[in-house]
Design a binder for this molecule. Structure first.
Ligand code: UN1
Length: 514
């Protein structure tokens, strides 16, 4: 497979025909062996739930058991016993585990990608991309752990014969709650954060994503960990609530909606002592297109970020502020480029957008579109008609006069709002007023405008002039993914150098040597 190029979110325009040929050869066997199984796992002994693919609403992904309340308690108890060993693992133990896990993920990356494709309707390249990202996450976090000597630091010697060291220790057991949209990468990211720092884990994948969740669990079993260190539970929000409120957990890693994330924070505030929460809670990401922009590049970057994965990314570009002077030109280019993106069955090589995930998204799309028709101008959008089910939505481009809920709420659908501006200052002010603060992008060739954006945009991930994605495409070791404001409170991101220390608590050791 050495001749097959790796897929990242930003290496657009290269020849992926060998990736497609490889996937073509894998798909028939994947459908036979990975789909339609009846799964069992120790901490899910409740009713079996059949899950179908959003691709056609028919193909069974498998039958997955649900965790009962006592399964959740048992999983936490198992993690507590695993933590006794893993909390005291050495740096070498963790690094060699990371190397083994990376190998296991690497060996099964196309299978993991295909699972994400069938499970949530991701296009081929987005799906393989997230599997590749997972491999790189484990590698990058392990390299940070090693380069920082497990984050241990010698401290000042205040008096003779006294040594002081800052040591970073695991909290104990982390609950990891993952979302549907990057079922592999976001799960692997949070699980690796916890495990590489010596914490035990109870992991709950998104309710419809048991398949990828169980495959990830298999890669961890292949990598080998002491018994009880990694545990998986399956189920809906109620199972998540039982897990995050279990007294036996010491912290929560969460990626998902603002509402659910804030619910976890509220719960922690009711406890005798709060516990750490590492949370990424969504986004509503603006891009700015000035009169000094390369408009073709801007249109491509905005379209790729607004419509990739059907707009269901926390990083999706969902509102674009365009200088009035170039607005109609930009909108024409955006509509033209978006019109060429293929909406269809994600199993096919040329598909850019598959179905949206979940019936609720179809309904909220309908109402957002009606609202946009009432309030502004719809340049493109609606439902795909070429024999697809109702969950295939076309790239939707809407122009609105004023800021309102469509420019502020996270919609999680292929829907981008265009707003005209006459002052970049004012536009950035409005973009900053969005309650979330994950990503933002600008298209300009003017260094003063670029500096103004970099100095004033209130978001953790900033991009300039990117055709591969105005606001999307962060990669481990390259773009730390730190959520500001409503997106997150820790001020440190996944994919970056400060991610792992969040799973650790500091202890200073001061020792008189004589
Ligand atoms: C998300 O939707 O929570 O930067 C993550 C990106 C992806 C991550 C999106 N790496 O677009």
């Amino acid at each position: 497979m050495a001749d097959i190029p790796r897929v990242t979110y930003s290496n657009i325009g290269i020849d992926f025909s060998s990736v497609h040929a490889h996937l073509d050869s894998l798909i028939p066997n994947f459908e036979k062996s990975a789909l339609g199984r009846v799964w069992t796992t120790p901490f899910a002994t409740g009713e079996l739930v059949g899950v179908v693919s959003p691709i056609d609403g028919k193909r069974t992904l498998g039958n997955f058991p649900k965790s009962t309340a006592s399964d959740v308690r048992a999983a936490v108890a198992s993690a507590r016993s695993g933590a006794k060993i893993w909390n005291r693992s050495t740096l070498d133990d963790r690094l060699s585990f990371a190397a083994r896990w990376r190998e296991a993920l690497m060996a099964r990356k196309y299978e993991l990608g295909l699972a994400a494709l069938y499970e949530i309707g991701k296009s081929r390249l987005e799906a393989v991309g997230e599997a590749e990202e997972s491999v790189d996450m484990v590698e990058y976090y392990a390299s940070e752990l090693k380069a920082n000597n497990g984050f241990t630091r010698p401290m000042k010697e205040l008096v003779a014969n006294e040594t002081a060291v800052s040591v970073m220790k695991p909290y104990g057991v982390f609950a990891v709650i993952a979302p549907f949209n990057f079922p592999v990468a976001l799960s692997v990211g949070m699980i690796s954060g916890a495990l590489l720092t010596g914490n035990a884990v109870v992991y709950k994948p998104s309710p419809g994503c048991a398949l990828t969740g169980l495959l990830i669990a298999e890669t961890l079993a292949e990598a080998g960990l002491p018994a009880g260190v990694f545990n998986i539970v399956l189920g809906d929000g109620e199972v998540g609530r039982l897990l995050t409120t279990d007294p036996g957990i010491d912290g929560v890693a969460f990626t998902g909606s603002h509402k659910t994330g804030m619910g976890i924070f509220r719960h922690m505030a009711t406890l005798p002592h709060a516990k750490p929460i590492i949370a990424e809670m969504g986004g509503k990401n603006p891009a700015y297109v000035t009169r000094n922009a390369d408009l073709e590049r801007a249109a491509q970057g905005v379209a790729r970020s607004a419509f990739g994965l059907q707009g269901q990314k926390c990083s999706a570009c969902s509102v674009v502020y365009v200088d009035e002077k170039v607005k109609s030109d930009f909108v024409d280019k955006l509509v033209r480029f978006a019109g060429k993106l293929v909406v269809g069955d994600p199993r096919k090589a040329d598909t850019f957008m598959g179905p949206v995930y979940g019936d609720a998204t179809v309904e909220s799309y309908r109402s957002a579109l009606c609202e946009a028709e009432r309030k502004g101008r719809v340049h493109a959008g609606g439902f795909a008609t070429n024999g697809l089910t109702a969950n295939y939505i076309l790239p939707t481009i809407v122009e609105l006069e004023g800021p309102d809920r469509l420019t502020r709420d996270e919609l999680f659908m292929p829907f981008v709002v265009v707003r005209g501006f006459t002052s970049l200052d004012k536009a950035i002010e409005e973009g900053n007023d969005i309650p979330y603060g994950l990503c933002a992008g600008i298209f300009t060739k003017d260094p003063t405008e670029l500096k103004q954006f970099l100095d004033t945009a209130e978001a953790g991930v900033l991009y300039a002039n990117r055709a591969s994605g105005a606001t999307t495409g962060a990669w481990p070791g390259a773009q730390p993914f730190s959520g500001w404001k409503g997106t997150g409170v820790s001020g440190k991101g996944g994919l970056g150098p400060w991610f792992l220390p969040q799973y650790l608590r500091e202890q200073s050791h001061t020792i008189m040597t004589k």
